[in-house]
Design a protein around this ligand. Sequence first.
Ligand SMILES: C[S@@+](CC[C@H](N)C(=O)[O-])C[C@H]1O[C@@H](n2cnc3c(N)ncnc32)[C@H](O)[C@@H]1O
Ligand code: SF4
Length: 275
Amino acid sequence: MSSVAEAVRDGVLPGRVWFYANYHCNLACTYCLTESDPRAERRELGEQRMLTLARQAAELGFTALGVTGGEPFLLPYLPELLAKLAAILPLVCLSNGTVLTERRLERLRPLAGLPAQIQVSLDRPEPQANDAMRGPENFRKVVDAIPRLVERGVRVRIATTVDAIDDEERERLCRLHRRLGVPDADHVIRPIVRRGRAVDHDLGVEAGPADLPAELTITTDGAFWSPFGPTVHGGRLDTDLLITRTTMPLRVPAAALLRLVQGRPPGTDAQLNIQ
Ligand SMILES: C[S@@+](CC[C@H](N)C(=O)[O-])C[C@H]1O[C@@H](n2cnc3c(N)ncnc32)[C@H](O)[C@@H]1O
Ligand code: SF4
């Protein structure tokens, strides 16, 4: 058994490897940690590189994949790529849920038979509050897209990212996601992290390595400690959570992360519910 497989088995290392597929986006959310928008530098990881890295992840003993961005669904090859990745390891792909046209939804049908989930962002149970952070028409498009994914048999998770939410609003949000066909087990609520655009708007909590699970995260610029690591501020990539510039072969960044995790001093358990 490889040292990664042992570390994953023993709970020392999370099993998921994340890919930052791209950094550009059709939206420009107020708190976006990657400062994504339509003009953002694309930093595209590439279809072939993601497939190669996924195979290497499986060989090393990682147990799951994550695809994030930017908005991954702006990449023309994404639906078919997700099916190929999910045939290698169970997969979650994060999306803002606003570019899921009928044609793209049809191309996602094969995911129904695979261990794949689309995690869609939905922050608030009412359009006005939701769209204040995520942009006009966001709520309408997301609540339209989710049932259309569900009816095609694609498993949907909902991610809610908020500074604060009271019990009543959370209950309204949960009633909404249940109505859309998403069970409680597939809804996650987490805090805004003070990185990227959140810094400029004085939003979010400070989070260091102790608060962020050590999930190996691959970008076109290098490998990072967590998907909350390769953030962008003032147009520049943050490198405080960079672990190595080498991403291929995957055993190089995996070994670097393993050394860091094994050297983590006791008592640095995560304090924040960041997933
Ligand atoms: C960066 S987005 C990429 C995927 C897709 N564009 C989306 O919005 O779902 C991934 C997730 O991170 C969340 N996010 C963005 N900025 C954040 C921040 N400053 N702190 C915590 N989560 C953040 C988004 O709401 C989304 O759920
Ligand atoms: S949070 Fe997601 S949808 Fe919003 S700007 Fe960032 S990448 Fe785009």
